[in-house]
Design a protein around this ligand. Sequence first.
Ligand code: FE2
Length: 316
Amino acid sequence: MDIIGIGYMGFETPNLEAWREYGPQVMGFGIGKNPESDPESLYFRIDDRRHRFAFHPGTVDRIAYIGWEAVGRMAFEDGIKKLAAANVEYTRGDAKLCEMRGVRELVRFRDPVGYQHELFYGQKWLPRSFQPGRPHSGFLADERGAGHVVLITPDYTPELEDFLLNVMGFSWYGAGAGKGRTGFFRSKLNHHTSHDIAYGHGPGRMGVQHVGLFVRNVRDVGETYDIVRQRELPMMMTLGQHAQDPHLSFYHFNPSGFAFETIAEIEPWQGDPYELNPEKLSLWGHEMVGPILGTSVKTPEEVLDPEYLPIYLAKR
Ligand SMILES: [Fe+2]
């Protein structure tokens, strides 16, 4: 599929009020206007798109959907053909859902793990309309997508890799340097970063491990780090530089219990000269000062929405 990257992500949380303050004041997100049909949720902006992150009221912290951006209408239609050819069940979003997401059209489908995905094109946008919630240089999103996400899967199967490689059309990036089995994947039209999504094997576990966001300036990493420390927010990894990506980043836990990796590019991504097999995760720093899995990682029974859970259990 001709996918640019992650266009948007949606989460459910019982901690909406915490996000309303944390999003702008810690992360520098702008608050977006609610769609008329969804006055309860919280919409965050990180660039000139209408929104990139939606937090919906819910009883448990979980990822509700990942919206993949097809480059345009033709790519979207081709993507649907790919889903149909692979016998992936999908439903078309109605006018109300498209208005909520701020897109022209979308389809919804699940990956073999059970996570909800959407494919869309044409998200609402207005140039030079982004205003951060606090002094901040802004985020590198735009044509490269909103960032990356790492999900935990209870089973890491060939079926999952087949779906990612052959249905979604992602490129394999590598297995990373962490312990355990993780696969990193990049959407077809992403030429800026090494990965858009990764699935890490966590037996019996599901949920978001972290979301990576690219800021425009090293200063934004430093200032976010200072704010996190001043507020004594829980940290996962201190400042450091990964071996396989020329980035400066740190990881801390947000009110939904998964980590944000705040990232500045030190130099451009080197591309895929060969499959990287780093000796260690990071060149320096990234000291583990908290758990690798936050409270957002739970059992499938806790993380999957009640509608889908019986289908998931029947498949196992
Ligand atoms: Fe990351």
